[in-house]
Every structure is written in C-alpha cells, then in structure tokens.
Ligand binder design. Structure first.
Ligand code: ATP
Ligand code: MG
Ligand code: MG
Length: 450
C-alpha cells in the first residue's frame, strides 16, 4: 500500500492525472492509486497557505465528511473516501516541478500545496484492476444541478424556467471563461428520459468544458484540454470498442452514448419506482434545445437507486433555494456573533460525524424559530452544494461474450461518485452573490464585472 511507501516516495513513479479548482491529482504508474493534493491561489491573500496542522485538519474533515455524511446519503457502493497520508516534502516539491508543464494553462492561476505534505490517497477510478483485452474506458461527468427551484422561494421568475447551469453558461462565455457555449443541460441528463439523456451526453462530448472527460487505460483522451477538441478523433479512439471495430462514426457515437445512458440509469433496487414526482414541472429547462417532442413523451422516472437518482435526491436537500435560505443563514450568523462558543456545539464546521448527519436529517418540516432549525437547513444546503459539484465516474469494462452473438459491444459497467468535499459555511454568502450576478446577467444579457 501507499502507506508503506510514504518513506520512499519517488516522483518518477507518479504522473500528472488531472485537476479541479481545489486540488491536483497524480496517479501511480503501477498501483491503481492516486494522490489528491490541495491547491491555493498564488495571489489571493484569503486563500494563503494555512499552517501544516490546519491543512491536515482540512484533509481529515474531507474524509470524515465523505465517510459519515455523503456516503450514507449517496450509497456506500458509489463512494470511496480514501485516507490522509503525510508525504515527504522533498517528494512533493519534485512532484510539483514535474507536473507543472502538464497542467492546462487556464488552471495555472493556482499552485499546488508544497508546504504541508498532506495528501489524500484514493483508489484510481480510471484504472480498475480487471484484466481485459482492450484497456477500460472511463467517463467522468460533472452533472451540476438537475432541477429548477420551487417558485415559492425565488424572486425572479426566470429561475423557475431556465436552469442555473444554462444561465451560468451565458455568464461564463460573456466573461471570457469559455470561448464557446455548451449546449449541455443538466435537466435533460437527470430527466430519466433516454432521448433527452442522449442529447445531454452528445452536447457534453461536443463541448466538454470542465463537465466531461474520457479516460482510456487511465489516460485522459477527451476533455480537460486547452486545445480544440475533435469529435472525429475521439470516435477513432472509441471505434475498437464498438460495432466489432468497423462501425461508421455515427454508429460508434450512438452505441457509446447508449452504453453510458444504460450505466447511468442502472439500478440494483427491484421495481425501482423512481425519484418522487413532486418535481413535476421542475425538470424541464426552457434554454435546452431538446425537441419539445421528447418532452411530451411519457415521463420515464429516474430510478431512485441509480447513480443519477441518488445524486438528485441529495441535491434536493436544497429545498428553499439560496433566496429562501438566506434569512436562516442570517439567523445562524447573528446567533454565532452573539454566542461564538456555540459554534462548536452546533458543529458548524464539523466534526462531520454521525451526530452531524442525524441533526441534518431530523430537521423539522416547519420553521419553529429555533437556532437548531436554521443550522440544520444551512447544513442541508451545504450538503446539496456538494452534490451539485461532484463528479460521476463511469467505468466501462469491455467484455467478450461468446454466447452473445449481437453486433453491439458488451460492457460491464460500474459507477462511482467523487469530489465530495464539504463546502464552507461562508460559501453560502458567495453563492448568494453569484446567484444574483448570474441571474441579473442573464436577464440583461450582459455579464457585468466578474
Ligand atoms: P472541482 O473543481 O470540480 O471542485 P476538485 O479540485 O475538487 O474539482 P477533484 O474533482 O476531486 O478536484 O479532482 C480533479 C480531477 O482528478 C477529477 O476531475 C478527476 O478527473 C481526477 N480524479 C480525482 N479523484 C480521482 C480518483 N479517485 N481516480 C481517478 N481520477 C480522479
Ligand atoms: Mg471536481
Ligand atoms: Mg471539488
């Protein structure tokens, strides 16, 4: 295990694997393991490197939150929490030099933490240790929020018509973050309707931004790049897996997406009745280009126990929208201002243990004016934020079925959910400001200062 190796770590055995906004990930050349290191902004004083002790505390918090809160909510078959390891500082410094030129330029506003030696060691989900004739294919989807807020709580009508991701797209293109708009709409992906899901995935392939990646044999072959992507070169790489290796581009794309839809909808639960229908009318986004024909076809409920169903149910813990939550957040902040010592009893910043999850789940349906109610709603919102920001990793392992004489490629698939970090308490404030900016920019069709 890596735990035994930490004393003799060799940077030559680790390669750049990928990164997000908060962490950078390296993978081992042989073992199916990754190390996830924190990043911080090289300019922003707010995110200045914390002490070593604080960084370890933060890492432990991430593991506890994943184990004790997200895993029970999402299902432990999907979640791998990993463990905190302490790395030799010399190794981390050499590693940061080694990975630097593999990093996409647009991510380089942040630097890797080389001071604490803290890292999270996780199984490498892109290299499942199952022997196969073709290297395994893994698809990572960052689906974002899959429903519209309830009209009771929002001040702007547009929020009940156009989903947050689609509004944000206009803002991101106008402010220069992305060159082209993505046509992906999360509401189509979470719809459970195979045709809508098909189009959602097709749009992710065409314009992946940071929502879509494909790994072949553990290496990223699509998405997460600076250079322009070509769908036809992707299909070239996928061809050996589909239609006996001689399919036309259109068939390869079609079969690939169908396999993905299958794996996203697959559920172990017998007679899965689907995510509850209180969402009627909140699962369709006006900005989506999906033909209205598909929208009218019989609703196929999203299976509750599927990876998408599980994520959607946790996202729905945001029941008040940021606007409905804000008064409760203010109640908490005011209370903590007067009674700062209550912060730890109320477990505002953890510990993320069983008691934390219980308080969040036992929250009364109606506001009784208590501080406990307000805290529980804020915590539910933070948990929902994590579920809106996580990624799904779908692993497709090619299978050679002798009996199955069909032309379609056969895969066995499994799904995992990653990136389950707790969102900080003051993240609620930031969300509120961002929500205001995104919505008013959408209404004005003008991004304003970013
Ligand atoms: P975000 O900006 O989405 O919040 P983040 O900074 O929190 O991202 P992660 O999403 O956890 O970081 O990791 C960055 C990338 O590293 C992922 O998108 C994924 O491609 C890869 N990755 C992370 N964990 C694993 C894993 N266990 N196995 C394989 N790849 C992983
Ligand atoms: Mg991520
Ligand atoms: Mg993250």
């Amino acid at each position: 295990s890596v735990m035994d190796l930490v004393d003799k770590m060799d940077e030559n055995e680790w390669n750049y694997h990928g990164e997000g906004n908060k962490s950078l990930v390296v993978s081992h050349v042989q073992m199916s393991r990754v190390l996830r290191l924190l990043k911080y902004s090289s300019e922003d004083a707010e995110n200045a490197p914390q002490t070593t002790e604080e960084t370890f505390r933060q890492m432990e918090n991430i593991v506890d939150f994943s184990n004790n809160v997200m895993s029970p909510l999402l299902g432990d078959k999907f979640v791998h929490s990993g463990e905190v390891v302490k790395l030799p500082l010399e190794f981390v410094r050499q590693l940061s030099i080694k990975v630097q030129h593999h990093r996409p330029a647009w991510r380089c506003d942040k630097v890797m933490d080389i001071y604490s030696g803290a890292a999270l060691c996780l199984p490498n989900l892109t290299t499942p240790s199952i022997p196969t004739h073709n290297p395994p294919l893994c698809v990572e989807i960052k689906p974002k929020c899959g429903f519209l807020p309830s009209p009771e709580h929002v001040s702007k009508d547009i929020k009940t018509k156009v989903c947050r991701h689609c509004m944000h797209q206009r803002y991101k293109v106008a402010s220069g973050k992305w060159k082209r708009k993505s046509l992906y709409c999360p509401l189509d992906l979470f719809s459970g309707n195979r045709q809508r899901m098909y189009f959602a995935i097709k749009h992710l392939i065409e314009e992946p931004q940071n929502n879509f990646k494909i790994f072949k044999g553990g290496k990223c072959i699509h998405g997460d790049r600076d250079e322009m992507l070509s769908v036809s070169s992707l299909l070239q790489k996928l061809r050996p897996y589909f239609s006996c290796g001689n399919g036309r581009n259109k068939t390869v794309l079609h079969d690939f997406i169908q396999v993905l839809v299958d794996s996203l909808l697959s559920s172990d639960e017998e007679g899965d009745e689907g995510v509850e229908r209180r969402l009627e009318g909140r699962m369709v986004c006006e900005a989506s280009l999906c033909s209205t024909e598909f929208l009218r076809t019989d609703p196929q409920p999203l299976p509750r126990d599927s990876v998408l169903g599980r994520i959607l149910q946790v996202q729905l813990l945001d029941s008040l929208d940021i606007e409905g939550l804000l008064p409760l957040y203010r109640r908490v902040e005011q209370y903590l201002h007067h009674f700062p010592k209550e912060r730890s009893r109320l477990q505002i910043d953890g510990p993320y243990d069983k008691a934390f999850l219980e308080k969040l789940q036992k929250c009364p349906a109606e506001d009784d004016g208590s501080i406990e109610y307000a805290v529980a709603k804020v915590q539910q919102y933070r948990v929902a934020m994590t579920a809106k920001d996580c990624s799904i990793m779908v692993t497709l392992v090619p299978r050679r079925d002798e009996e199955d004489g069909s032309e379609r490629a056969a895969f066995s698939f499994s799904a995992s959910i990653l990136d389950l970090d707790p969102k900080p308490q003051d993240g609620v404030r930031r969300q509120q400001r961002l929500d205001h900016r995104v919505v008013s920019a959408y209404l004005r069709d003008d991004p304003g200062p970013s």
